[in-house]
Design a protein around this ligand. Structure first.
Ligand code: ADP
Ligand code: MG
Length: 724
């Protein structure tokens, strides 16, 4: 009750840091970086030369791992980990819950003579067998054969998680069923990189661009989050259980002043950020940028981009470290997309490109005419991909929490369009018309190919309302939710790109039939065709604007507003064909994903609805009734001394209390409904339950605005967002 709320405030007032701020002059960030990673340097130092060379080949070139080296690697890893205080090892994996999962095994084994030795074999490194029955599989495994196995992902380095309560060796792994179906977020990402590489190499070959390394995706995720004092969370069951406020009247001050973005970082928060960064440095996560975000108590952390697979694992670590370090500072890190109604939510901008260490980004226009032409091909392929498979891309960001954000005039709309910028749009327009005007403008790159116009350099997106914006050497996909894995969107993008590059390569191969002299003309033709067919997806205007929704409809772009609208796309014939053709998902794997994500949607809303009922009945109703009692008492007393008094506030509170009861009863009734299948259930949750929850909330929030503050038990928006 009110005591918890007051305790929370006094705990904050009396907050003292549990330890002194980190001293960075003693240990420099550069010294700390990667110290807990079984890195290239550690491997070179500790592995026999031939073992190191063989492993390196697997890591860099994606060649198959030679199982005969596993014992040597495992042994070196074990010694290194034990020296650093590790007692256990764990195969870390990424189930479809979107979380990180780990099961620990001790190095220790009895030696048969009453003592014990440390053991870690190649077999234990390469493969683990967690009991998979409690992870969602969407029907891929029946419970009696509920075994999955984890397989070492050599391309993501092992590391040590060091903490005061125990230190252990972590081995990133893929999680698959015994029949080979992907039960996780990593396996499809690795598969999609293979598909992408195969098709990208065909295009590169036509351009005579040689590379030893495979083409993969690169990702740089900008992570947004809220921090609030932990004590408030204990007084708010909604934040504790659902990660968002299900009640709460708007604060008198919100973000209207626009005084928060890039503002001075509060000191406690700064100390927290320093420790987060230190922890992440140790794990080799190259975090670079930090700043205040638009909403009060909202912040952002961004690393330097890395290969997609590594960046995905690292982003999971970022989320874990944010959560755990926050606790040490008496804070709670909220990764939910919309913890507070009425102020901005949190997203995760996924900066995405494809390429490799030798080539850089293939979305980089480059300096030479040759690079320019190649860039235009990759860029056109991306445009085609988003136009063809925008619905799929939308489905990869469909979650119950992200629904509160997408299309809410603070995040890109649910319509997938591509921002190119004026000048690049102009280039494609000219190609479309078949004209090749040469421009003498400054800063214009000359493509040098007669049939192509010069390529200007004006990258960047100033209005920031586009979900998929070209930003100079990459695309920024802005619809990903803040608590989501960045795997799903990359899997889709990689596979969509593979399909487009396959199309382009086939066209170019046919048109040139081995004659490089015909390439320029062929490139011109294929880009022209693509733009003619697909430029409906290009939109450089304001994505928040209502007109765009109408215009997008005219252009035939899908606008799937909610998760139940979007998820069935995962099993549409086009999407099944796409993923099966390139060996990324089987039809069964797609069906299981659709089912699991729909289930997650339903369960999330069921939990939230139950919380709404519980909180309204046991916290809000009693508080308002106490106030009603006080008012009634006053009223009676006034009457007793002769006032003929009709108290407006009493009438108001009484009416609202009655309305609250009615709305709660409505919601409870609605929750009794049963649906024939998960999709129908999800739709019911979306279209009927959610609005009913909001109606309960509306009355409760109106009560918060009239009930005496000293009787209101829930920490207010004002307190949570402005006391730190
Ligand atoms: P902004 O806030 O202006 O979007 P940030 O600096 O916060 O920019 O984040 C940009 C992100 O994009 C960083 O993680 C950066 O490393 C990443 N990035 C830069 N170049 C590429 C690239 N070629 N591919 C993928 N990500 C990239
Ligand atoms: Mg940013």
């Amino acid at each position: 009750g009110i005591k918890a709320r007051l305790d929370a405030i006094s705990a904050i007032i009396n907050y003292k840091p549990s330890h002194a701020p980190l001293n960075f002059s003693e240990t420099k960030p550069t010294e700390v970086f990667g110290c807990n990673v079984f890195s290239d340097k550690v491997m070179r130092d500790r592995l026999p030369k031939d073992v190191y060379k063989s492993l390196k080949k697997t890591i860099e070139l994606g060649q198959k791992l030679d199982p005969s080296i596993a014992d040597a690697v495992a042994n070196a890893m074990k010694d290194w980990a034990i020296e650093r205080g590790a007692t256990h090892f764990t195969h870390v994996f990424y189930p479809l819950t979107g979380l990180t999962a780990e099961k620990h095994d001790a190095f220790l084994v009895p030696d048969g003579k009453g003592g014990a030795v440390a053991e870690f074999s190649g077999k234990m490194l390469i493969q683990g067998e967690p009991d998979a029955s409690s992870f969602p599989s969407g029907g891929l495994r029946t419970t009696f054969e509920a075994r999955g196995y984890t397989a070492w992902d050599v391309t993501s380095p092992a590391y040590i998680l060091e903490n005061p309560n125990g230190t252990f060796l972590c081995i990133p792994t893929a999680f698959v069923s015994w029949t080979g179906e992907a039960l996780d977020k990593k396996t499809p990402l690795l598969r999609s990189n293979q598909a992408l590489n195969k098709q990208a190499q065909r295009v590169l070959k036509l351009f005579g661009t040689a590379t030893r390394l495979p083409v993969v995706s690169f990702a740089g995720p900008e992570q947004e989050y809220f921090l609030i004092d932990r004590n408030f969370v204990f007084a708010r069951p909604d934040l504790l259980i659902a990660g968002r406020t299900l009640f709460g009247a708007k604060s008198a001050k919100g973000q209207e002043f626009e005084d928060q973005y890039f503002g001075v970082i509060p000191r406690r928060v700064l100390a927290f950020m320093m420790e987060v960064e230190r922890e992440l440095y140790k794990l080799g996560v190259p975090v670079k940028t930090r700043h205040n975000e638009v909403a009060p108590s909202q912040f952002e952390i961004a690393p330097i981009f890395e290969t997609g697979n590594l960046a995905t694992d690292h982003n999971q670590m970022v989320m874990t470290v944010l959560r755990t370090v926050a606790k040490r500072y008496g804070l709670m890190c909220l990764l939910h997309e919309k913890p507070f109604a009425g102020i901005n939510g949190s997203g995760k901008h996924l900066n995405y490109s494809i390429g490799n260490a030798e080539l850089g980004s293939l979305y980089d226009p480059g300096d030479t005419p040759h690079e320019n032409a190649q860039f235009l091909v990759f860029c056109a392929a991306a445009i085609r991909a988003v136009h063809k498979f925008g619905a799929l891309l939308r489905a990869t960001v469909a979650t119950p929490s992200n629904d509160h954000r997408l299309g809410a005039n603070e995040a890109p709309p649910a319509i997938m369009s591509v921002y190119l910028g004026e000048q690049l749009t102009d280039v494609f327009e000219q190609i479309k018309k078949g004209k090749a005007e040469s421009s003498k403008q400054k800063g214009v790159m000359n493509i040098g190919v007669d049939t192509l116009p010069p390529l200007p350099m004006d990258p960047g997106d100033r209005n920031r309302t586009s979900p998929f914006a070209f930003t100079g050497n990459r695309f920024e996909f802005r619809a990903v939710g803040s608590c989501q894995s960045i795997s799903g969107s990359q899997v889709a993008l990689n596979t969509m790109m593979a399909e487009s590059l396959d199309y382009v390569a086939s066209k170019l191969e046919a048109a040139t039939s081995g004659d490089a002299g015909k390439l320029n003309a062929a490139v011109q033709t294929v880009i022209q065709e693509i733009i003619k067919e697909h430029d409906a997806v290009v939109f450089n205007g304001d994505g928040y604007c209502e007109d765009w929704h109408k215009e997008a409809e005219k252009r035939g772009l899908p606008n799937m507003k909610t998760t139940p609208d979007a998820l069935p796309t995962l099993t549409s014939p086009e999407v099944i064909k796409l993923f099966t053709t390139y060996g990324v998902f089987s039809e069964a794997e797609l069906k299981s994903r659709e089912e699991i994500y729909l289930e997650q949607y339903v369960k999330t809303l069921q939990t939230e609805a139950a919380l709404v009922v519980r909180m309204a009945k046991t916290i809000i109703f009693p508080a308002a009734m106490r106030y009603q009692g006080e008012l009634a008492k006053t009223c009676a007393e006034l009457k007793a001394i002769g006032h003929d008094y009709k108290m407006v506030t009493l009438e108001d509170v009484t009416a609202k209390l009655r309305e609250l009861q009615v709305k709660i009863a409505d919601l409870e009734k609605i929750l009794e409904h049963t649906a024939p299948d998960t999709l129908a259930e999800a739709k019911h949750m979306c279209c009927t339950v959610l609005p009913a929850m909001n109606e309960v909330r509306a009355v409760a929030d109106a009560l918060e605005a009239v009930v005496a503050d000293d009787l209101w038990p829930l920490p207010s928006y004002q307190e949570m967002l402005f006391i730190r």
